[in-house]
Ligand binder design. Sequence first.
Ligand code: PLP
Length: 397
Amino acid sequence: METTPYAAVMSDRPLLNRRLAGMGTTIFAEMSALATTTGSINLGQGFPDTDGPREIAQAAADAVLAGRGNQYPPGPGIPELRTAIAEHQQRFYGLAYDPDTEVLVTAGATEAIAASLLALLEPGDEVIAFEPFYDSYAACIAMAGAVRVPLTLRAPSFRPDLDELRALITPRTRLLLLNTPHNPTGTVLTLDELTAVAELAVEHGLLVVTDEVYEHLVFAPSAHRPLASLPGMRERTVTISSAGKTFSFTGWKVGWVTATPELVAAVRTAKQYLTYVSAGPFQYAVAEALRLPDSYFAGFRTDLARKRDLLADGLRTAGFEVYEPQGTYFITTDIAPFGEKDAYAFCRALPERCGVVAIPNSVFYDDKEAGATQVRFTFCKQDHVLEEAVLRLGALR
Ligand SMILES: *Cc1c(COP(=O)(O)O)cnc(C)c1O
């Protein structure tokens, strides 16, 4: 048997630990790489192909050149940004948070999710989360040694079954991990659904972590309500958001947590040993972004709603079954009308077939049946890019 000099110094034990086994490369990296090698239009990974407001980019450049934030900023985030986050929660939702004790700035929502789960979970704790899952949830729950318990959102409506949620709660359930507006399905929880979730959380003494990074990407008549604004929830909810999606600067990685002083202190403890601090100058720019006038947020939404309609109509014409999202910048489709049975195989072949990249939702489900034929497309791209993609997808007919 052949051994390399490298293998010789290692044991038979797999290098990747058991908690992360099978988590390989994220589907977004895999599909974005495929888009590059095949020269395809990338409607897979959710990042805009135009940057956010020019004056906000200028604010970041000014901060760098003025030497603001170029050295380690304060661990909880710069005071200007913490204040702007607190003002944002008050302005949009009437929620009052103390910028000094109830706000924590993180390296994107991704770190906020990781730090929250690593701080709040013991090995063996159960975490209930909607599936299809955002992929970092499964990884972070695993890194915390906890157990994920999926509540499956099923086509065509993708509403949570609240009786099923009740039935999933056990004495080991520690935490509900919510995502509304929900990536990838575009489901925005209604007030009735939020109320039911809140009542269950209170009845069973559960913590809730809510990922609300798409809070401003919601289409009328749907509206976003933070779970923390419901009775009994302010004290048990860790609310997470980020500048990436709202302001079209996904590379800046400025996120935040709002919660009680006790919860923020717990999350900060984990956060300080993950990244310590991040993105100093961008924190100044995001503080300005959060104070943009209402017209920015309304204009962004109107623009996205138009793109959603453009892509939805095009996908329907191309032969997909289209599930209209209430929020986010994703559309989930079904490929069953083409006689296709495997979303992953379909997405692997799609660049060769018509020069477009999409994401198979099937990889975000534990229940492989439920998502087997679902494929996600993003519409956060320029109109001419969406129009060209739709034209190309017409070849599937
Ligand atoms: C994009 C996204 C994130 C990550 O946000 P960052 O601020 O880029 O870390 C978290 N949750 C969901 C549901 C997302 O779609």
